[in-house]
Design a binder for this molecule. Structure first.
Ligand SMILES: [Zn+2]
Ligand SMILES: [Zn+2]
Ligand SMILES: [Zn+2]
Length: 864
């Protein structure tokens, strides 16, 4: 093992640190490491060097395990516990929280369960409390406030009547009671009541002619008084009695209306017009008598039965996906009672439709009193963090699936920062991803804020700005897979710049060409143009995409890149090329020309669908078929009559381990416990029956071959041209460090995307294909990006076209054509700032991408 260069700053024995000894997780080679606490630590290294193994599979797994040990067994059973990392000793580790890219993005959520910005940032639950406490129900039919009345509030109303006004306190007789009208009449008389108003006439109850109606209105009069001679106590008692007798309603008849309020409804009694006012001691509108539920936090939650819209069950329907908006809730996902609750004229849905930056001033204008100051502070702090992170252009109602990965990551950071946890270790995966360089410094300063609250941060990063911002840097390497897993460097940024033998320091020092060199360098022969795009924030955009070139769409997050490329260009081309009316997108563009210039369009996203736990890179590219037939052709296999099929672990009748069905592990489904994954005891994770494992090719059995990385397998299969060709495609997309048998579900989003790309490289189709990719650089070390560029060059030479969404300047710099969106995010974005070559964009003073390119070039010039 090479001796790592250790920075002088780390020699103090007083620095509190996590002590890791003998760590052998995955490819880590017995690592000894002191990881300083209360610092911003960046782990870097080329792809496959072991960064994730150290950050997530060691630090996070151990931190989480220790924390779970402090919980009761009852609580523990609901949490998925990670396997104990393979290490001699780990001490001093605090409770650990991981923020992993794509973690929730790839999980499928049903429409009705889809969370929003408000929910993910933690703001929504506080808003629900606020609306419960301060909300006022406004009847949607009558536009009047609905408040539960008390005898005191009725008395207060009576006091607004003019001097010497006669009034009667009554209650409505509830029709259809179980008793016969004769029996009811007797009871009323027994209770001491004397008058009723029936058919606009006052009747004495003890008059033998009086008959209560079987149905229809009837008021029982409790008291007749005048404001000239007020007896407060008597009024209170009468109103109280009215509420009791009528299950919650009291009727006030006044001879004259109050001066300042509504005149009530005219109600003739004995040929005189009285003014009638209805009071309810529950939430019932006094005019239309619609009743409302008493606000509680769950009323404002569309995931709860109390709050959800009964028509669409909380899906609201998504107009952006071409679905019809629910007519009952207008897409708000809430029921009418929840929507009737308002604070200062807005309900919780309308508030969530406003950009976050506007909510702060709304909150500031609230006159809520000191009892609510801490609640308002919780909301306000989170809003401030969202603003500091540059995503206050979002609305709280925006759904998770419509957000970019950069936006999602920053929302997750907001929730974490506001949790006010201290002495916690946060492990983050590539916080730079999805971020324009203009936004990176914002995220860095929030991470520092989190550190200053006495927390520790470990981030896995390739981005130079994040490496530079770290208090402490750990580099793993020097190579990938078996050639990696060692500690190459540990220390500060300035120490890194001096370090010998560090690939990252080499990259940081490498002088790039100060000129822009376009990848294809050829003029675009053909193009696709799209006009009148209005999806999301796109402002009637018309764009020309050149073909046969590397075209990159840039702009800060929220500027509309995904809306344009993934959500408009892709579906419109699919529709045009397949002429499938079912895939017709909502009319969010006016016209599309040039679709006939391509034969197919492929969106390479970061998800792999239709894969089983048995899927591995070798099966994905079909190269496993060739490996199986190589094994079947060995003399031993032929002697035992074994065919290629026997070496399949998908086939039931083959030679796979019957215990684990060829996965190598067993998932134990314990009723209340999270699924427990164990290595199969029968085959010890080797996936095959013993007989098959005895067959060797070049001294290795099939299980050993599956453990090889792509880089190792390439020379091993010398002479096997077809197989080597496929292995080379994997090497070409920068996946050489991946073992042939690594289960696909364990690959990162970036790795999935590159695996898909590799699959396309092996097809010898002569079709003119347009590839669309969102951030293919994600998860790649700068030194690995060259692989990707070679691959792009190959595709362009073969006559295909590429349109990328990218933030990575290394890729933007070599584009043939840039389309820069902006200038800002949300409503401030959705326009074209500038298009042209990188050199042309760099000259544009309004473009943030241009500014970053200028800085890149000038920085390189000053170095050389
Ligand atoms: Zn009403
Ligand atoms: Zn609905
Ligand atoms: Zn097995």
């Amino acid at each position: 093992m090479t001796e790592p260069s250790l920075g002088a700053s780390f020699e103090s024995p007083d620095t509190p640190a996590v002590q890791l000894r003998g760590v052998r997780v995955h490819n880590l080679k017995n690592i000894q490491l002191n990881l300083p606490l209360h610092q911003l630590v960046t782990i870097c290294g080329i792809s496959g060097s072991g960064k994730t193994s150290l950050a997530f599979d060691t630090l996070y797994a151990e931190g989480q395990r220790r924390y779970l040990e402090t919980l009761s067994p009852a609580a523990r059973q609901f949490i998925h516990q990670l396997p104990k990392p393979d290490a001699d000793q780990i001490t001093g580790i605090p409770p650990t929280i991981a923020l992993k890219q794509n973690a929730g993005r790839r999980a499928s959520t049903s429409k009705s369960r889809e969370p929003t910005v408000g929910i993910e940032s933690g703001i929504q639950s506080y808003l629900r409390l606020l609306f419960t406490s301060l909300g006022q129900v406004l009847c949607p039919n009558c536009q009047i406030p609905v408040t539960p009345q008390s005898p005191e509030s009725v008395l207060a109303f009576i006091k607004t009547l003019p001097e010497s006004t006669r009034f009667q306190i009554c209650f409505p007789l509830v029709p259809g009671s179980v008793n016969s009208t004769e029996k009811l009449l007797k009871e009323l008389i027994q209770q001491g009541m004397t008058r009723a108003i029936i058919d606009q006439q006052t009747c004495k109850l003890d008059d033998p002619d009086t008959q209560l109606p079987d149905a229809g209105p009837c008021l029982i009069v409790l008291d007749r008084l005048s404001t000239g001679k007020m007896d407060d106590q008597r009024i209170l008692e009468s109103v109280e009695l009215a509420f009791e007798e009528s299950a919650g309603s009291a009727v006030l008849l006044t001879a004259d209306p109050p001066a300042s309020q509504t005149p009530g409804t005219l109600f003739p009694v004995d040929q005189t017009d009285w003014h009638r006012f209805d009071f309810f001691n529950s939430l019932i509108c006094s005019q239309c008598q619609q009743s409302f539920l008493t606000p509680e936090p769950q009323l404002f939650n569309f995931f709860s039965q109390t709050g959800t819209c009964p028509v669409c069950q909380g899906t609201g329907s998504d107009p952006q996906m071409g679905e019809r908006v629910c007519p009952a809730c207008q897409g708000s996902r809430l029921n009418p009672t929840a929507l009737a609750v308002r604070i200062q004229d807005v309900n919780i849905h309308e508030l969530g439709q406003q950009p976050i930056q506007d909510i702060d001033s709304w909150l500031g204008a609230l006159d809520a009193g000191p009892a609510f100051s801490s609640l308002i502070r919780e909301i306000s702090e989170r809003l401030t963090t969202l603003e500091a992170l540059g995503i206050s252009y979002l609305t709280l109602n925006r759904r998770r699936s419509t957000l970019s990965s950069g936006e999602l990551q920053r929302i997750a950071l907001t929730a974490v920062l506001s949790s006010n946890l201290v002495n916690t270790l946060y492990v983050l995966d590539e916080p730079s991803s999805g971020l324009h360089s203009a936004d990176r410094q914002r995220v860095i300063s929030v991470l520092r804020q989190l550190r200053d609250l006495n927390n520790s941060l470990v981030i896995v990063e390739h981005d130079a700005e994040f490496i530079c911002a770290a208090d402490h840097i750990i580099e793993l390497g020097p190579g990938a897979g078996k050639a990696g897993g060692e500690l190459v460097f540990q220390g500060t940024f300035s120490e890194l710049q001096q370090a010998a033998g560090s690939p990252t320091s080499q990259f940081l020092k490498a002088s790039h060409s100060s000129e822009f060199q376009p990848l294809s360098g050829k003029p675009a022969s053909r193009s696709i143009s799209l006009s009148g795009c209005t999806h999301n924030n796109l402002q009637d955009l018309s764009v020309i995409f050149p073909l046969g070139q590397l075209c990159v769409v840039t702009g800060i997050s929220g500027s509309g890149k995904s809306s344009l490329v993934e959500q408009t260009l892709f579906p419109s081309l699919v529709e045009e090329l397949t002429a499938d009316p079912a895939s017709k997108p909502d009319t969010c563009y006016e016209s599309l020309t040039g679709a006939d210039q391509i034969d197919e369009v492929v969106l390479l996203d970061q998800a792999l669908t239709g894969q089983t736990p048995r899927s591995i890179p070798a099966t994905y590219l079909n190269l496993f078929d060739e490996i199986r037939s190589i094994f079947a052709q060995t003399a031993d296999a032929r002697l035992r009559n074994l065919t290629a099929k026997d070496f399949s672990f998908n086939s039931k009748n083959g030679g796979r381990c019957p215990e684990c069905k060829g996965t190598g592990f067993i998932e134990i489904d314990l009723q209340f416990l999270a699924d427990l994954t164990m290595v199969c005891q029968s085959c010890h994770g080797q996936r095959y029956q013993r007989e098959l494992l005895e067959i060797k090719y070049r001294k290795l059995n099939i299980a050993e071959v599956l453990e090889m990385t792509v880089d190792e397998a390439f020379p091993f299969f010398r002479g096997q041209a077809a197989l080597q060709k496929k292995l080379k495609q994997l090497k070409d997309v920068g996946l050489g460090y991946i073992p042939l048998g690594q289960p696909l579900p364990s690959l990162s989003g970036g790795e999935c995307q590159r695996l898909k790309l590799a699959a396309y490289l092996t097809t010898s189709s002569r079709k003119r294909t347009l590839f669309l990719m969102n951030e293919p650089s994600r998860g790649l070390h700068p030194l690995d990006i060259q692989y990707l560029l070679n691959c792009f060059e190959y595709l362009l030479t073969a006559g295909h076209s590429l349109i990328l969404i990218e933030h990575n300047l290394q890729l933007i710099q070599v584009a043939d054509h840039l389309i820069d969106l902006g200038p800002g995010a949300g409503d401030q974005g959705g326009q074209i700032v500038v298009t042209g070559t990188p050199a042309e964009v760099a000259e544009n003073s309004a473009s943030l991408t241009g500014a970053a390119l200028r800085q890149l070039v000038s920085g390189n010039e000053s170095e050389s």
